[in-house]
Design a binder for this molecule. Structure first.
Ligand code: FAD
Length: 621
């Protein structure tokens, strides 16, 4: 193939836009549609994709250069890639990409793997687990797991009352089983309700109210500076938690699930000793026919941290007694970034440090870019590819030394958000003959059975994405299998959401994984600058991306960044589970004007029927 100059494609009304990133180097081999450079207008970032495959012979531009349609970017030579569908503009904001290359995987619905979980800890699925919703199993379930319960105290004892545990207990009771739910703490609901999903989202809502009102100043509405009453804010957050955890206790009573408070440890294959509870109740031993381990996870720490109350984990960050002036967040994963978002809005000067070279490592870089840009502008610093060398507690603050920096920096608080570790090693599993790996995970099969056939495990403790909605679905499978139903956990995807500002959500196949595994796909991205609703919200930096089988086949994956992305992603999850094609989504009438239309636009872009933007060439029908 002769050399070919790649120029800036038609980028709509934009001109003289800066290049913010060059994604290739001289000598790199690129495939058609691989992103080459990233441009950024005041409304959106956009990747310019390779129009053909080849080797990068020379690069004519540098970061910071301003370019318009027709500006030369680089020269490609050699290679045998097909011309990308559409034209060289595919992928730029005014003409998002949609090519027709490649073939699908056999089923077109590849099983999920390797999705990052909060803080990137979720890639540790045990080998025997297939984290994929309940469906009819290909082989019959084992004959009644354990025994028929005769002579035992309970048919099922559930260890841990998080979203996995309470769901399993309630479902098992609804299926007619005698159930006990064991919880070491005084309230039900586990990490999610007490110190995780629910309190963090309440505080994130408060943060959103603050930043939205501040941003309206640009549009003619000015409020005064917020006066934060920390006690009242935390009290409100706690009232949300209390309402939900209290509700769970009521539901347990209605279902006649016996709730036993105290720390549980196995004493044999069919017995669990429950120690004295925090509330002082006496310990007791219970016997069971079947057990479901739902003991969850706890925050990981890093060795060598000073024992100082100013060094906190996410639980501490959710209940501050005051708003710190300067805070360091160690860990640029989901939990760290959500907490950073809260404190930034409350007025703290936030620094984030992440060991990897990207925030929320493992997520598609184009989804992270708008988030990185916004927090880069708001926070004191976002340090990527950087390690913390040491932290020294001093009277005037925590002195933190970063690798590669001579001078230490001073913070009032350090939040450690470096992942979560499963509680598998703390429940006396060997007494029951249950295998726990060296990291504390318990391997399970697709029916959530451990190596001991009458003992099941679900939720964070089995690995996979450490997410509440995964735990609840696994819980129903375990309870139903025990009740004799022929079901397995075989969801096609577990969606992930960072409830940051903007939110980042993804499901199914990611581009990162497709590229790593050579899975062919077709892609369309819709910049939210094309959405009237996003413009009206003052938040056009978002982006919706859909991946399908080549030639507009079944939906394989979806990624969304922007306000409310976490709610928008559900449509794509349903599309994947229902085996929908891009055309199915495009033909589904979405209400106007909504952000959900961006999902429909992306599908129309693949389908070729889009009218709100220019359709990719050669695909219009
Ligand atoms: P857990 O919720 O961890 O519950 C385990 C329970 O078992 C606990 O109550 C524990 O006390 C109890 N237990 C443990 N050992 C014993 C024992 N020996 N005896 C008796 N009881 C015991 N996920 C999402 O999907 N969305 C989110 O927005 C989200 N936000 C999060 C924010 C934060 C700050 C954190 C920390 C986590 C967040 N997560 C989120 C993750 C989510 O909380 C977990 O994935 C989920 O709670 C796991 O549920 P689980 O049932 O496996 O275990």
């Amino acid at each position: 193939m002769p050399s070919r100059s790649v120029t800036v494609p038609d980028i709509g009304d934009f001109s003289d836009v800066p290049i913010i990133e060059i994604l290739v180097s001289v000598g790199d081999t690129v495939a058609p549609e691989d992103p080459l450079v990233t441009l950024e207008s005041d409304k959106a970032t956009m990747d310019v994709p390779a129009p053909v495959g080849g080797t990068v012979e020379s690069i004519e531009v540098s970061v910071g250069d301003r370019v318009s349609e027709g500006s030369a970017l680089l020269t490609l030579s050699g290679g045998d890639g097909d011309e990308a569908a559409g034209d060289a503009s595919a992928g730029a904001a005014a003409r998002p990409e949609a090519d027709g290359s490649g073939a699908a995987t056999e089923s077109g619905r590849p099983a999920e793997s390797g999705e990052p979980a909060p803080d990137g800890t979720g890639d540790a699925a045990p080998a025997t687990q297939s984290p994929t919703g309940a469906s009819v199993a290909s082989e019959p379930p084992p004959a009644a797991a354990g025994d028929d319960g005769a002579g035992r105290d309970f048919d099922v004892v559930v260890l841990g009352s998080g979203p996995g545990g309470y769901t399993a207990a309630f479902r098992a009771a609804d299926l007619g089983l005698r159930v006990a739910l064991v919880e070491r703490y005084g309230t039900l609901g586990g990490v999610c309700l007490n110190v995780g999903c629910i309190p963090s989202k309440a505080l994130l809502h408060a943060a959103r109210v603050i930043t939205e009102t501040q941003e309206m100043a640009e549009h003619g509405i000015r409020f005064g500076d917020p006066k934060v009453d920390v006690g009242a804010l935390i009290g409100w957050k706690q009232s949300v938690v209390d309402r939900l955890t209290g509700g769970l206790s009521g539901l347990a009573k209605q279902r006649k699930v016996e709730v036993i408070h105290g720390e549980g440890r196995f004493t044999g294959p069919h017995t669990l000793r429950i120690g004295e509870s925090q509330s002082g109740a006496d310990g007791r031993e219970v016997s069971f026919a079947n057990c479901i381990i739902a003991a969850g996870s706890e925050a990981a720490t890093i060795p060598g941290l000073p024992d100082d109350p100013r060094v906190i984990d996410s639980t501490g960050a959710l209940s501050p007694d005051a708003i710190p002036g300067r805070m360091l967040v160690i860990g640029g994963g989901i939990i760290g970034l959500e907490m950073a978002c809260v404190y930034d809005a409350l007025g703290t000067k936030v620094t984030v440090v992440e060991m990897m070279d990207q925030l929320i490592p493992g997520t598609d870089p184009d989804l992270i870019r708008p988030l990185a840009k916004r927090i880069g502008e708001r926070y004191t610093d976002v340090l990527l590819g950087t390690r913390v060398d040491s932290i020294r507690a001093q009277k005037n603050g925590l002195q933190v030394k970063f690798a590669d920096e001579q001078k230490a920096r001073l913070f009032d608080r350090v939040l450690v958000a470096v992942g979560r570790v499963p509680n598998g090693a703390k429940i006396g599993a060997d007494a029951a003959g249950v295998a726990v790996d060296e990291r504390g995970f318990i391997a399970v099969d697709e029916r959530m059975r451990t190596n001991a056939p009458h003992i099941y495990a679900i939720g964070d403790i089995v690995g996979g994405p450490m997410l509440a909605h995964k735990a609840t679905h696994e819980a129903k499978v375990a309870a139903e299998v025990i009740a004799g139903r022929d079901v397995t956990f075989d969801a096609l995807t577990v969606p992930s959401v960072a409830y940051t500002d903007p939110e980042v959500a993804w499901m199914g196949l990611t581009e990162t994984r497709a590229k790593a595994e050579g899975i062919e796909y077709e892609k369309a991205t819709i910049p939210w600058a094309a959405s009237g609703r996003a413009l009206g919200l003052g938040r056009p930096e978002g982006m919706t991306k859909i991946l399908t089988e080549p030639d507009g086949g079944h939906v394989l994956g979806c990624g969304i960044v922007g306000v409310g992305a976490g709610d928008l992603i559900s449509e794509a999850v349903l599309a994947l589970e229902m085996g929908a094609t891009a055309e199915d989504i495009a033909l589904t009438i979405h209400p106007h004007p909504t952000l959900s239309e961006t999902v429909a636009f992306a599908a129309e872009m693949i389908d070729g029927s889009i009218t709100d933007l220019m359709p990719p060439r050669r695909r219009g029908r």
